[in-house]
Design a protein around this ligand. Sequence first.
Ligand code: BGC
Ligand code: CA
Length: 264
Amino acid sequence: MASNREACGVWIVYACVITLLANSAVCAAQTSASKRKTATAVYGTPKIDATIDPIWKKAEVLVTDRRVSGVSTVPASAAARAKVRTMWDKDHMYILCEVKDGNLSAKGGDGWNHDSVEIFLDENNGKAGRFEMDDCQYRVNYKGATDGGQNYEAANLVARAREVDDGYIIEMAIKLRTTKGKPGNKLGFDVQVNDDPGTGMRQSIMKWSDATDRSYHDTSRWGTLVLAKELKAKSGKKTTTSTSDNKAPISDTNKTKGTQTKVE
Ligand code: BGC
Ligand code: CA
């Protein structure tokens, strides 16, 4: 039989292990929370035609600079990535993506193996982990083909795509399903860029906030968009816009070719 002293020693070791595990879990939660990104979406109603209208000049630029390891087989420097701008009005979120990708392909069978962009939207910013009713995944490939994941309905997404010299542009309107756009509202948000080098298999995923490939079934690492009436310019001046209606005007063509207009 173990002496009292030995038993006591064993319990102390157990207690230390449990404390260590608990601390590392808290640490992991804090680390992933502190790594989440936040940005501002600015108020306005763009025309959805995959051309970069002047209205986008006032929007904050987000970059998909987080490489998803495990899935990605090329370094971040060789992966397709996007500059992303966001806008909102009462009924929609608008997203403009300028994707740099030297080799465009949609050979693969699954949408996520195409050159494509995915948007993750958590309308109540619950960051609940599992998908709730207000959480949704949207996908648009470089040709403008749309699909999605949980809670996706084709009627809620309008997208236009255009090939440009160094990649493609995607502009989309996502209908808000469970909330209305209001200044100060926060939405969980992420952007994913899938890159097919021409083989039909994805070679990389770049994200704005969540550096894992779990976004399609776990909302907890997505970043946050704060809806603002206007964006404070770096100089301290504010940029404002007025829009007369809340309907997203949609262009007739699904895909147009042309040269990219730089807005910066
Ligand atoms: C992920 C894929 C996943 C797909 C499901 C994508 O965002 O990258 O790995 O199979 O979503 O829709
Ligand atoms: Ca590609």
